[in-house]
Design a protein around this ligand. Structure first.
Ligand SMILES: [Zn+2]
Length: 267
């Protein structure tokens, strides 16, 4: 039973019975409402996923909220600064280790990898390796609530970009894996790194997969019509998208071009 909570005024305070979003004040076209910091557990011990950017008021609000409870570990869905920038400072505030796939983002001896199972206050949290948005992206499955924390692999609104340290072929594989996993385990909610909770995991994942395939077809088509540079492709394919997002779109086009070159080269 997920016990879904979806406030009408945005992601802050949203979540499931054992996962609570504390929204960081860093809204932007790329981060939507801001970064969702997730608190996992309702008892004395909790895990904190993605402390968010290095923002003093946010980190103090989070620490105040958790006063009297123990943060057993801080986990990162990936190393991008809007998720990890505040990790070191928050770790000092609550005296907890930071665990991440990328050793460069850890504080303490323990890492995080696909297949790891963490426990906190009788809850399990399963680590699922989902490279693609970035090389080090992880999702976390909370079986008790049938909920998957997705970081930037799936967002609550719109679609995500493939960052320069990501890979589209990996990303497509990760979406397929999440889709299969969601069906297998009966997932009832996706808890994203940005934006609102998604109550229909399979529908959301299928939408993401279809969108990616459609964009790839559009890019093939734009190239067929003579577009040569990523900027030219963006003008054709992303003409309907707000111009403030064009730099991100160009990054995404570059990732898609190298993916298409890869499969046409028989990778
Ligand atoms: Zn992010």
């Amino acid at each position: 039973m997920s016990g879904l909570r979806i406030p009408l005024d945005g992601p802050d305070g949203s979540g499931t019975a054992h996962a609570l979003s504390v929204l960081a004040p860093n809204p932007s076209p790329m981060t939507l409402d801001g970064t969702n910091t997730w608190v996992i557990g309702t008892g004395e011990d909790v895990l904190v996923v993605d402390p968010g950017p290095e923002d003093g008021p946010h980190l103090r609000r989070l620490a105040d909220l958790l006063r009297g409870r123990r943060v057993t570990a801080i986990l990162l869905t990936h190393g991008h600064h809007d998720h990890s920038g505040g990790a070191r400072r928050f770790a000092e505030l609550v005296r907890a280790p930071v665990r991440a796939l990328d050793p460069g983002h850890r504080l303490g001896d323990e890492g995080l990898a696909d297949g790891d199972v963490l426990t906190v206050g009788g809850l399990e949290l399963h680590v699922v390796g989902t490279p693609g948005h970035s090389f080090d992206s992880l999702c976390f499955w909370l079986p008790e609530d049938r909920a998957m924390l997705t970081g930037d692999t799936v967002l609550g609104r719109g679609t995500t970009v493939i960052a320069p340290d990501g890979d589209l072929a990996d990303y497509l594989r990760s979406l397929d894996l999440l889709r299969a996993r969601a069906e297998q385990v009966g997932a009832e909610a996706l808890l994203p790194g940005h934006g609102p909770v998604l109550p229909d995991p399979i529908g959301a994942l299928e939408g993401y997969i279809a969108h990616r395939r459609q964009r790839l077809d559009q890019i093939r088509d734009a190239c067929g019509r003579g577009a040569r540079t990523p900027a030219e492709i963006v003008e054709i394919v992303y003409g309907d998208v707000d111009r403030s997002l064009w730099p991100a779109a160009e990054m995404s086009v570059r990732a898609q071009l190298s993916y298409l070159e890869g499969i046409e080269g028989g990778r």
